[in-house]
Ligand binder design. Structure first.
Ligand code: PHE
Length: 462
């Protein structure tokens, strides 16, 4: 296996996987999904889903990856179930779709860094003009894809691990400082209340579906990213505790990102949280509201903090884009017998091209910006983002169901036991059995159907 590369130690795996999980999903998407989903009730559902439904999927993915030491497609063949390879193929497609639009948003974040660092602090005052400038944003997106390709071509331990080691802690510290600052602003508590005091009566399929989609997306589940990373994990490592750490880190960072943003929203609007579902609070939240607050720090300090924040955000995005590109690349290397470098170049170019309509969807083209009206999307980018979310849910459902009923749970337990001393007699084993063979497959199946009907057909059954 030496030629495939592996993580240098358990910390390397945990950091890389946490780096995959922590990204734009936590800092850009989570706060605006909370805003659209009505606040604290959404947060509550999100937390429940992360721990009860997503954590078992994560354990399953990592276990399949480590058992087979293969990419998500090859893994099913290696387990002896060639007919189930389609799950891996679906994952591959989901990865390509996600990276195609994710790279555009990452390009925005990176563009904000470059603009602010070079003195153009005003970029955030006209976010619409910025995203419509497709040549400029396209260039930022190309540069970003280039960085991603560069790290993926270096292989797992060379690039990804090292990147995550320095950057994740810096990002956490920066967000915590901003949380501290935002709490000192007038009306901050109105934002905190919106974020933390749930109105349970407001829960409906929109909230539930949104929270479930967000949980899968944020934890990088359902497409085999963690099968791939698990395939580089050593047999001596404890899968359960590693997965628990990754889940906690991801949820924790999303949570503090919310604590940072909502007081700022309240401050900006004089304590009135009713506008939180407006445009400004949508995907533009961290690109408009947040920089607006940096401005109050004065031009010099504001621009400095702003540039630094978007630099860290770009890095967080990079550890995620790297994991997204790694999936199709590891497939091309293992199954199509391509060399790593050419595989990286070909796949990166394909994904960039697939992303061009997403690049044009925020102002540059009327067609891509408005012609994709579905109950929960109107432009091309939100359409593919919604589609990708659904694919992740479906993928997650298929992966646990496969492990529980086709591969069979005793095989799963046997692999988990390697690296986990005394696993056989633990309560953890019973818990995982219950979640994987009962709770996850059934609840996911039901929720998947409900979300599908709601998102694409506008039928809200609950
Ligand atoms: N979890 C990443 C984020 O939150 C996005 C991602 C999704 C990465 C799926 C890999 C696979 O930004």
């Amino acid at each position: 296996m030496a030629t495939r590369g592996s993580f240098s130690n358990r910390l390397g795996f945990v950091l890389a996987a946490a780096g995959s999980a922590v990204g734009l999903g936590n800092i850009w998407k989570f706060p605006f999904e909370v805003a659209l989903g009505g606040g604290a009730a959404f947060v509550l559902m999100y937390l429940l889903f992360c721990f009860l439904l997503c954590f078992p999927v994560m354990v399953t993915e990592v276990t399949i990856g480590r058992k087979t030491q293969k990419n998500p497609v090859g893994a099913f063949t290696a387990l002896g179930f060639k007919n189930w390879r389609f799950i891996g193929v679906l994952g591959l497609v989901a990865g390509v779709v996600i990276l195609s639009f994710y790279n555009v948003i990452a390009g925005w974040a990176f563009g904000y860094f470059v603009e602010m660092a070079s003195g153009n602090f005003a970029v955030s005052q006209n976010f619409g003009a910025f995203t419509s400038d497709w040549v400029k944003v396209g260039l930022y997106a190309i540069v970003f894809m280039f960085f991603t390709a560069f790290f993926v071509s270096k292989g797992v331990s060379g690039g990804i691990e090292r990147l995550a080691k320095i950057l994740m802690p810096s990002l956490i510290v920066m967000i915590l400082i901003l949380v501290g600052y935002s709490f000192t602003l007038p009306n901050a508590m109105e934002g905190v209340k919106f974020y933390l005091i749930p109105d349970v009566s407001a829960i409906n399929i929109g909230t539930i579906g949104g929270a479930l989609r967000q949980a899968f997306f944020s934890l990088s589940l359902g497409m085999g990213a963690l099968i791939t990373y698990g395939s580089y994990l050593s047999k001596n490592d404890n899968i359960v505790s590693s997965s628990a750490f990754i889940t906690l880190a991801d949820v924790g960072i999303a949570f503090i990102a919310g604590l940072m943003i909502f007081p700022l929203v309240a401050y900006n609007n004089g304590g009135d949280m009713s506008m939180v579902q407006s445009d400004q609070a949508g995907p533009g939240l961290i690109f408009i509201t947040l920089p607006g607050v940096f401005e109050t720090l004065g031009p010099g300090l504001g621009a400095f903090i702003g540039a630094f924040f978007f630099l860290l955000l770009s890095f967080a995005a990079l550890t995620s884009t790297v994991s997204l590109l790694e999936v199709p690349v590891s497939y091309a290397v293992d199954e199509l017998r391509m060399r790593r470098k050419p595989a990286v170049i070909v796949v990166a170019i394909i994904i960039f091209v697939v992303g061009i309509p997403s690049l044009l969807a925020n102002g540059a083209s009327d067609f891509f910006g408005t012609a994709f009206k579905l109950p929960r999307s109107s432009d091309f980018l939100s359409l593919v983002a919604g589609l990708a979310d659904i694919m992740l849910l479906f993928g997650g459902f298929l992966i646990v169901s496969f492990a529980a009923f086709i591969w069979k749970k005793h095989n799963l337990h046997e692999e988990i036991a390697s690296g986990y001393e005394g696993y056989e007699n633990t309560f953890v084993k019973k818990g995982i059995s219950f979640l994987i063979t009962f709770l996850c497959p059934f609840i996911l199946a039901i929720l998947f159907v409900l979300v599908l009907l709601d998102n694409f057909f506008g039928i809200a059954l609950i």
